[in-house]
Design a protein around this ligand. Sequence first.
Ligand SMILES: C[S@@+](CC[C@H](N)C(=O)[O-])C[C@H]1O[C@@H](n2cnc3c(N)ncnc32)[C@H](O)[C@@H]1O
Length: 268
Amino acid sequence: MTDNIQREIRDIWNQNAAFWDQRGGDNGLIMQRTLIDPSMERLLDLKPGERLLEIACGNGAFARRMAQHPVNIVACDFAAAFIELAKARTTENRERIDYRVIDANDQAALLTLGTPSGESFDAVCCSMAIMDMAEIDPMLRAVRQLLKLHGRFVFSITHPCFNSGQGIKRVIEQEDKDGEIIDVYAIKISNYATPTSYKGLGIIGQPAAQFYFHRPLNVLFGACFRTGFVIDALEEPTFESSVNPNRPLSWDNYREIPPVLIARLRIA
Ligand SMILES: C[S@@+](CC[C@H](N)C(=O)[O-])C[C@H]1O[C@@H](n2cnc3c(N)ncnc32)[C@H](O)[C@@H]1O
C-alpha cells in the first residue's frame, strides 16, 4: 500500500468526520448502540481503575461510555477532525480520556502511547475500524506489546462472511407458505475467499465513499494468531426488533444474520 493511498484513506475520514459525528451524536450510531457497544463492553469486562487503549475512536462515543466504569482511557484516531469532535463532545469524565491523533498503521507511533517497558494497558479495543485499515499487522504487533500479560484485545468488525466485500447483496424474496405470503430475508454472496479492497458508503449520504478491506476469516484471524494471540470469546449479535421500519433492506430485518462480529483476543 503506497503512502498516497494511506493519505487518501485518512483524507476521506477527515472529510466524513463531521457527517458521521452528526449522525452518531453523543452516544454513537444505532448499530453501535444496539448491537456492538453492549457486546464490546461485555467482552472487555473492565474493572475500576484499569487502563484502556481505544484505537480508531471516531467521535469518542465508546470511550465516553467506557469512562463511566470508571477506567483511564487513551483514545486515538488518525483523523484529526474526529479527535477535535471527540474532545468537543466530551464534557463528563474529561479527566479520564486522553485523546490523541495516531495512525494505527504506524507501529512505532502506537508504541509511544505505552511506557518504555511496554505492557501498559489492561485492555485494548478497536471498534468497527479493522475493515477500514489497509494493513493490520503493525497494529496487532503494537497491541501485543502494549498489553499487560493477562490483558485482552477486543475488536468489532463488519462480519467478514455476510457484510464485507463486493458481491454481497441483501435480498428480500416472497414465498407462499401454505397460503401465507411471507417475506424471506437473505444474503447472496458471490465473493468471499479472496482479500479485496473496494470503496463504499458506511452511511448513505456521507460526503466521500470510504475504502474497505475485505479479509476472509482465515486471513483476519491468521494475522492475529501469527502475532501471538488466541481467541477466547466471539459474539455475532443480531437485531431483535426493527429500528428502521421505513427501510425494508435495513439490517434489523435480517434477524438470523449477524452484520457484525466481535472477538476477544488474549496473549497466547
Ligand atoms: C467506521 S468508523 C468507526 C468509529 C468508531 N470506532 C465507532 O465505532 O463509531 C472508522 C474509524 O476508524 C478510523 N481509522 C481508520 N483507519 C485508521 C487508522 N489507520 N488509524 C487510526 N484510525 C483509523 C477512522 O478515522 C474512523 O474514525
